[in-house]
Design a protein around this ligand. Sequence first.
Ligand SMILES: Nc1ncnc2c1ncn2[C@@H]1O[C@H](COP(=O)(O)OP(=O)(O)OP(=O)(O)O)[C@@H](O)[C@H]1O
Ligand SMILES: [Mg+2]
Length: 263
Amino acid sequence: MPSREQPTAFEESIRILRSNLDVALADIRQPSVVVTSANPNEGKTVISSNLAISLAAARQRVVLVDMDLRHPNLHRLLGAQNQFGVAEVLLGQRPLEDALQYIELPPQVAGREGPGLYFLGTGAQVSNPTELLDSGRTARLLQRLAEQADVVLLDTPPVLPVADTLVLGRMAAGAIIVTEARRTAITAVQKAKELLIRNQTRLLGVVVNKFQPRDADYGYGYGYGYGDRRPPSDDIIVEHEGGHIHSNGADSDPAVEGTDHPL
Ligand SMILES: Nc1ncnc2c1ncn2[C@@H]1O[C@H](COP(=O)(O)OP(=O)(O)OP(=O)(O)O)[C@@H](O)[C@H]1O
Ligand SMILES: [Mg+2]
């Protein structure tokens, strides 16, 4: 996050996502939300980490969990450790309290008094992620985390290649699908959505990531632009029940250029 008073377009998009999520979750106490995509590499980890920071900066107590036991990456973006986490807690090798890490908010949003951001990494690689996740232990872990938080965000694997997220979706209040503009076929997103719904997961919204204004011609229709900003290099659209909001998105923000810190 560049240190300037004007938020970047990407930050504005994340704020819109945050407030849409607040509305979608208004009636749910202590919700867990799956952040997923149809295919790999669409931006789940970037979006979930930035959303978690944004929620924490808005004084919510947030637990961000790396449930991508196959391709853990959140700890790198957050500068956290991944020696032990979900795997050890589920296998009964570590108490949850030992595995949860407190994450300092970036300086631009730190200093606001709030209950903070906590992170649970994946821990050691396991040979059978789906089986490990598909258990009462996982449901109890999510329940315990939810009791300590206003919102629990789960960064998960993509839906189409593996079943892990479908398993987790049943235990969560709902799911956000992140999709990469230009790259992901609409049919793939529809398939992911159908799979989630068939597995009793409520779809909370779709984030079109890495969006550029010219993508509007490709059928990613959008409602309205954000102010009169110059078109950015990358963008996200936040869609939710009842419509969609377009917001100019990522510019040269290092978060979306693949550096180590999300903001
Ligand atoms: N809005 C954006 N603009 C530009 N680049 C982005 C944006 N969002 C994500 N990226 C880049 O896309 C790549 C994939 O992002 P990320 O790791 O968040 O995806 P993922 O869906 O979590 O991937 P995986 O399926 O491997 O877990 C990274 O290099 C990241 O920096
Ligand atoms: Mg990821």
